[in-house]
Design a protein around this ligand. Sequence first.
Ligand code: 6MZ
Length: 339
Amino acid sequence: MLQFLKELPKVELHAHLNGSLGMDSLCELAERLYGSASEEFSQLCARFTRFDKDSDLDACFEKFAFVHELTSTEEGLRYATELVVREFARDNVQYVELRTTPKANKSYTRREYLQHVIDAIGEARKTYPDILVKLLPSINRAEPVAVAEETVSLALEFAQSHPDLILGIDLSGNPGKGTFSDFVPILSLAREKGLKLVLHCAEIENPAEIKEMLNFGMSRCGHGTFLTPEDIELLKSRNIPIECCLTSNVKSGTVHSLEEHHLKRLMEADAPKVICTDDSGVFDTTLTQEFLLAKQTFGLTRDQCVSLTLEAVQHSFATVEERQSMATKVKNYMDSLQK
Ligand code: 6MZ
């Protein structure tokens, strides 16, 4: 099954750029930036200790801050982007929608941040032509609304110049911080102007906010851990998929164990769902591994893994032609196994 899943041309719809750098990539990045003999390099490696079971969401947000230090220069950001594309390509992911929060610091503005990521994706695709990459700029809900307004404005501008790359806006960030309603006007504007919306919703227990988000609507729902059976029925009736990130939820402590993961309830309810990594680097996983866990925990069959992949194809923001081509790759793979 591992080999089958590894070779399956997979589709990743929920991946944060700075969370998707695995240990090897982080070391490679640190080495490139500081040189392996430097004090900075040894200090960085020592700080990047692996997550343990007691980790919680706040601890994982500290880990992002660490990765952000490595991507705080143009060189670091560009190389990190290329490494992330490489990681997904090596896991035989044929399509990935990367999300990232444009940042401003002494090396770059938010506009330059996006430009560097776009350029680096272009470079990476030359080396890894088999993977199709799309970009969803993220709003960090812990930051002021003015930042979100700049992000949406940049996303709209870059969507004009790169209509095949920038497809939507993600709302993410520490779910315990910020207030969803503050972002409603800017998210509404983004949607009116044609950007798709993917919202982190129900990652923590907050019934009032969950209702507000569901009323507002979204193209896909990130996590959905604390959705009620009624909420799930509502999403099902609107054909809105829930992006399930098993390892992320367990390691960040929002779900107690794999066995208790809501993927089971979604399967029982026959609700739309996709399997995703979230932060494959920070949580030390791959999309192959997430499918394997779903198989080991809930007994997913090969056919169900293929159906979930085709479900992800349909819920991606790719064009009709791109989706057809993705589905064909899956079909060809399955046909090749019959021979
Ligand atoms: C909410 C998350 C997240 O944007 O710097 N992010 N937001 N819940 C999660 N579950 C664990 N995982 C990642 O990638 C890292 C950023 O993505 C968001 C956080 O804002 C994090 O800082 P970028 O590329």
